[in-house]
Structure formats: structure tokens, C-alpha cells
Design a binder for this molecule. Structure first.
Ligand code: F0G
Length: 481
């Protein structure tokens, strides 16, 4: 919860106590240099033992609550008819208002089933922005993704509170161009991940729904970060300042035909779900559920996680839970802005996004500035971030790189996992790196998988810049850090 100190400063105070901890360690700069080289300059390929603070993602890495852990003890492991499932379905009905719930093993499994059931070859799926896996599944089903974001979405130095809004005139233009029948669905992603965790407004969602209904186009809602988007609506959309997160959920879900989510984020467990009210949609999806995931009462999840997801859904209606990460991100972004580090504004939902195009203007996109920045951040701090730029975009059919709209190094803040000193440390090292940015050079691929290459691809530096950076760091901080 944001609390004002007597100095006037506002700080994000944790509304929880730490009960269980995981030890971490800080490898030295020369150890970090070795580790990132062995990982092919891809932070996905680092091991936990080589990482001080893991800000790769908030997926599956959030701190669970005592009540979530306790609920796992009463999980019912029945293959079919598990009571845990019925507790989850009741919670979804109660909090989100959907009659039908399908557990799946994680968010991309939901995307797979939705694409399988609803996308035909030649179809178009409209989105406020794509996520890597959501795009891959639509394309594997023979469809095309069309992103129809507003004019401010790609401006990384913006004050626009709702850069995740879908552009309604582009929506209408897409209907005119392709015809509503060719549009499999319109997908609204809560706090558009790849452009900096930027939310959409309730007003925008309502208008998207109106236009979609007029043309009989289903509205699919990616709610992986539903509670963060609801928190931003409460903070940034004046009509919702006095509404509870639960009330905001209910209104949002009233506009939605199919909700799916990665439960690894907002609900703080390892799993996912699809929910809806129309039986026709349920009937289209249901036959595929046991083929790809598992029986309809566990969907590939552990029943322990099914139980904890039910508790997590109730807990995310608490403003201090929904706001825990956004408030820390806001604090983190403010520290970086003070130090002149180029970072996406306004502060978004899941982490702090450093703008690599502005941080490393001397590195062309063809040499992967965001990839280079994640490697450099690791060398300078032991903090693991994630590349969200051209490395995260696959090549086109002709084998050419598709230059990403934005080149970002994302420092995710898993919910309730890191403390203020961790944020202060990271901001300090980023500021040091920014002062030494001329030392950072580009990368090239040496091993490149054909799909979602960012997971397993290996790269090499275009010069000896990583060792020169590590030396400069040691000269300033000594060999022990
Ligand atoms: N949708 C969004 C908006 C996501 O952020 C993710 C995952 C998914 C779908 C897929 O869900 O991982 O459970 O299969 N985002 C993670 C991240 C991986 O690091 O941002 P999943």
C-alpha cells in the first residue's frame, strides 16, 4: 500500500510479513561474465545458482500466501470429479461471474485450445497487442494476428494512463477490410505485456464490446494480469476510484465472452484456466481438453494448485494484493527516472521496462540492443532480466529478422518476492551501467531455433565488450561484488 511518510515521500509499504525465505547469493563480476558467456548471452539459459535477483518473470515466481499453502493440504486428488475443481469453479462463478470453468496447465495451453477451436486457416485475430505464445498459437492454426493499438502505445516516454487501449477506428477498419466472419475473435490483453505492462481502461473495454457485439465477434480476454489492470482502472479512471477491485472485475467480466488466464501471474499458482457463460463455446472447447490437458476437473494441473488458485482468485480482489507489484514498479521507475535511465512510462503492471533503443542508441536493432542490455545488466548486477525486443520476435517466411516495435529489457517484480533494498540495489546498478553504456556492444545469433527463438537461442558478442564491461565494474566496485 502506498503510504506517505512525514517527509512527504510516498513509499510502497508491504501489507504482508515474510514467513519463509529462499537463500540467494551474489556471484562476482568475473563469475557473472563466465556464466552469461556459457548461457550464450541468453538470460533464459542461466541457472538459479548464478543469479542474485531473478527478475526474468513474474510467472510462477510470486510468493504465495499462507492461506494458499494451507489450502493445498485439503486438495482432492480424484482424477475425475475432484472437489478441488468444484471449489475453483464456485470461486470463478462468485468472483468473476462465469458459469463454466476449465482448468488448463498454463496460459499458453488455453491459447492453444482457443486457437484450435475458433481459428480457421485464413482467419484474423485482432489484439490490443500480441503476446509471444498467443501469436504463435493463432499462426499455428493458420490465422494471422493484427494488432490495433492506439497512437500512444509505442511511445516509451508517455503520460498516457491507458496505452493498452484498443483503437476503435482501427477495429472498424479491420471489420470493413476482412469482414466480421473472418475475424475469429478480438483479444484484449490485460496490461499488455510486451509494450511495458500497459493497461486498458474500462471505457475502452466497454466500447470494444459494443462494436464486437454489433458484428457478432467474440471478445476474448487474456486475464493473466487481470488484477493489475483492475488496480490501474481504480487508480487512473476517475469513475472507478471508489469501486472495489471485486466490483471492477464484475463489470469487466460482464463485457467478456471468454476469459482465459495464466494462473502463474495474478492468481499466484502454477496453472491456468478458461471460463465463459455460453454453453456453445464450452461445448466447442470441452472435447479437446482431455486430449491436450487432462480431464475437465484438473486440466493438467496438480489439484494442489487448483485449490490454491481458488484462494488466489479471492485474494486478488484485495487492493493491497492487486496493487503490490504496480506500486513497487512505480517506485522502481521513479528511481530510474531520477537517475536519467530511459524507462517506459507510465509505470506498468508486471515490471520495470528499460528502453534499450534509448539506453544503447549506438547498437542497431539488427544487433539486438535489448538482448545486449539484458546480458550487460546481468554482468553489472547479477540481476536476471528478460529480452523483449527483436530476439523475442521470430524471422519472417523469407528468413529475415522482423524488427520489434520496441526493444525492452524487462525487470519483472514477482509479487511480494523482492524488497525495497533489492529495488534500490538494482536501480543503482542500472544507473552505473547507463553511465558506462558506451562499453556495451551488440550480439549475433550462433544457434537459432525456428520458433520462439528467445527461449533456447544462443548468441555471441560482436567484440570483447562483455569482458571490458566486467573490468570497468571491478575497477569501480572491487572484485568481491
Ligand atoms: N498471456 C500473457 C499476457 C502472458 O504474460 C503470458 C505469459 C501468457 C499469456 C502465457 O501464459 O506462461 O502460463 O503459458 N507470460 C510470461 C511472462 C511467460 O514471462 O511474461 P503461460
Amino acid at each position: 500500500m502506498n503510504i506517505k511518510l512525514s517527509t512527504g515521500q510516498i513509499i510502497p509499504v508491504e501489507m504482508h510479513k515474510v514467513k519463509i525465505v529462499q537463500k540467494t547469493s551474489l556471484p562476482t563480476a568475473s563469475q557473472r561474465l563466465k556464466a552469461i558467456d556459457a548461457a550464450g548471452y541468453n538470460t533464459f539459459l542461466l541457472r538459479t545458482r548464478d543469479i542474485f535477483l531473478d527478475m526474468l518473470t513474474d510467472s510462477g515466481t510470486n510468493a504465495m500466501s499462507d492461506n494458499q499453502l494451507a489450502s493445498m493440504m485439503v486438495a482432492d486428488d480424484a482424477y475425475a470429479g475432484s472437489e478441488s475443481f468444484y471449489r475453483l469453479a464456485d470461486t470463478v462463478q462468485d468472483i468473476l461471474g462465469f458459469q463454466y470453468t476449465m482448468p488448463v496447465h498454463q496460459g499458453r495451453a488455453a491459447e492453444h485450445l482457443l486457437a484450435k477451436a475458433f481459428v480457421k486457416p485464413g482467419d484474423v485475430v485482432l489484439m490490443n497487442y500480441h503476446f509471444t505464445t498467443s501469436k504463435a498459437h493463432v499462426e499455428l492454426a493458420g490465422g494471422t494476428v493484427l494488432e490495433i493499438f492506439g497512437p500512444e502505445a509505442m511511445n516509451t516516454e508517455s503520460g498516457n494512463p491507458f496505452k493498452g487501449n484498443l483503437d476503435l477506428s482501427r477495429f472498424q477498419a479491420a471489420i470493413d477490410k476482412y469482414g466480421a466472419k473472418k475475424i475469429a475473435y478480438v483479444r484484449m490483453e490485460a496490461t499488455t505485456n510486451l509494450i511495458g505492462g500497459q493497461p486498458f481502461s474500462m471505457d475502452n473495454l466497454r466500447q470494444v464490446k459494443e462494436l464486437a457485439t454489433k458484428h457478432n465477434i467474440p471478445l476474448v480476454f487474456d486475464g493473466s494480469l487481470i488484477s493489475e489492470n483492475a488496480y490501474f482502472i481504480k487508480q487512473r479512471e476517475p469513475a472507478y476510484a471508489d469501486k472495489s477491485i471485486g466490483e471492477i472485475f464484475r463489470e469487466m467480466m460482464g463485457y467478456v465472452d471468454i476469459l482465459y488466464l495464466s494462473g502463474r501471474k495474478s492468481t499466484m499458482v502454477r496453472g491456468g484456466l478458461i471460463a465463459m457463460n455460453q454453453k456453445a463455446y464450452y461445448d466447442q472447447l470441452l472435447p479437446w481438453l482431455p486430449v491436450y490437458e487432462g480431464f475437465s476437473t484438473y486440466g493438467g494441473m496438480s489439484t494442489k494448485e487448483v485449490e490454491a488458485m481458488a484462494v488466489g482468485i479471492r485474494e486478488m480482489t484485495d487492493t493491497s494484493v492487486a496493487g503490490a507489484t504496480p506500486e513497487f514498479v512505480e517506485y522502481f521507475v521513479a528511481l530510474l527516472l531520477e537517475r536519467g535511465v530511459p524507462v517506459v512510462t507510465p509505470a506498468g503492471g508486471l515490471g520495470c521496462h528499460v528502453d534499450a533503443k534509448r539506453f544503447l542508441p549506438h547498437i542497431p536493432q539488427s544487433e539486438y540492443p535489448a538482448g545486449a542490455l539484458t546480458a550487460a545488466i546481468y554482468i553489472a548486477s547479477g540481476v536476471r532480466s528478460m529480452e523483449r525486443g527483436t530476439v523475442s520476435t521470430d524471422r519472417d517466411a523469407q528468413g529475415n529478422d522482423v524488427l520489434a516495435d520496441l526493444e525492452l529489457a524487462r525487470l519483472a517484480l514477482p509479487r511480494r518476492t523482492y524488497t525495497m533494498s533489492h529495488v534500490e540495489y538494482t536501480a543503482d546498478r542500472l544507473a552505473w551501467l547507463y553511465q558506462h553504456r558506451d562499453l556495451v556492444g551488440g550480439l549475433r545469433f550462433v544457434e537459432e531455433p525456428p520458433v520462439l527463438r528467445f527461449f533456447f537461442g544462443k548468441m555471441a558478442p560482436l567484440s570483447d565488450w562483455p569482458s571490458r564491461l566486467a573490468k570497468a565494474f571491478e575497477a569501480d566496485f572491487g572484485p568481491q561484488f
